[in-house]
Design a protein around this ligand. Sequence first.
Ligand SMILES: NC(=O)c1ccc[n+]([C@@H]2O[C@H](COP(=O)([O-])OP(=O)(O)OC[C@H]3O[C@@H](n4cnc5c(N)ncnc54)[C@H](O)[C@@H]3O)[C@@H](O)[C@H]2O)c1
Ligand SMILES: O=P(O)(O)OC[C@H](O)CO
Length: 325
Amino acid sequence: MSTIAVLGGGAWGTALGSMAARHGNEVKLYARDVSVVESINSVHRNERYLPGIDLYPKLAASTDAAEVLRGCDLILCVIPAQALTHAIEGLKALIPVDTPLVICAKGIERASGSLPSGIVARILPNQKLGALSGPSFATDVANGLPTAVTVAARDQLLADTIAAALSGRTFRCYSTDDLIGVEIGGALKNVLAIAAGAAIGRGYGASAQAALVTRGFVELRRIAQSMGARPETIMGLSGLGDLMLTCATPQSRNYSYGLAIGRGEDLSNRPLAEGVATAAIAAELAAGKDIEAPIIAAVAQILDRQITIDEAMEALLARPLKTEN
Ligand SMILES: NC(=O)c1ccc[n+]([C@@H]2O[C@H](COP(=O)([O-])OP(=O)(O)OC[C@H]3O[C@@H](n4cnc5c(N)ncnc54)[C@H](O)[C@@H]3O)[C@@H](O)[C@H]2O)c1
Ligand SMILES: O=P(O)(O)OC[C@H](O)CO
């Protein structure tokens, strides 16, 4: 049994906290929103982020980060990628240096091009870091539905320890020492899910969706390999597995965002879709390394309103013919 501090009271932090508590760990969750904390502690629900879902009653929450972090032996950091620098800067004095911190966000920081582990390492250079990623919707995990993910840490022993602490009857963690591979798959699949949703929303059909996801996966693989990711990680839960999930259903917020773009719907007041902020920086990173990534570039241009979905599709189809690699 571990004493786990969860940083972030959104959908994913709450789901992971509830799951980890159900598996016998002592879990305290830090959230900034008083109403979220009160709701978790009194009625064991997070009506703002996971409406209607009963959480494991032993999950405790607090707005006091010091109280949550005191005495913990594992930290799950479930704060979105674009908010991570600000959040960790604010919390760094409270984070015990010898306690492993597991990043659960999926994205690339727009301002720096850093993956979440790079962001945290910049601020907390001596922290032992891990990442948890893979096909896993917060609602599924909070409802105790069967789920499998990958836990990564550069130190394989640490990855194994974290995987053992979080695994249980319905949640199975595989482990790897390929930290960058796990993080980059999670970040890029969100961008590709926007493309898949946009294709369906625009009425291009399931064949176009499958082509975009498959060719998008080639782009993901190229970028990931350029960063040192291992092929088996890209083909695993945090790569192909999460791509399959996120590109397939409106249950994904990124896919839904794409769907809304394709249908010409209002994009304000939508839930978090990490791919929106990641698209442009992912396209820039690829271009900077001379990596062909036309689908990721098209998503970035569509989001930036430089081109329409129709123009993007026309341009993708008009590219010179080539061998399939
Ligand atoms: N929801 C899912 O199904 C799911 C699954 C796997 C991974 N993720 C990833 O987890 C991350 C978080 O997603 P989510 O679904 O929980 O998002 P969310 O929008 O539901 O919640 C985000 C939470 O982060 C908090 N937050 C933002 N800035 C903060 C700061 N500076 N300090 C403290 N807290 C701060 C917000 O208050 C909110 O509680 C994202 O990177 C997402 O891609 C989500
Ligand atoms: O709802 P999304 O698009 O943020 O996806 C959630 C998870 O990343 C799926 O694994």
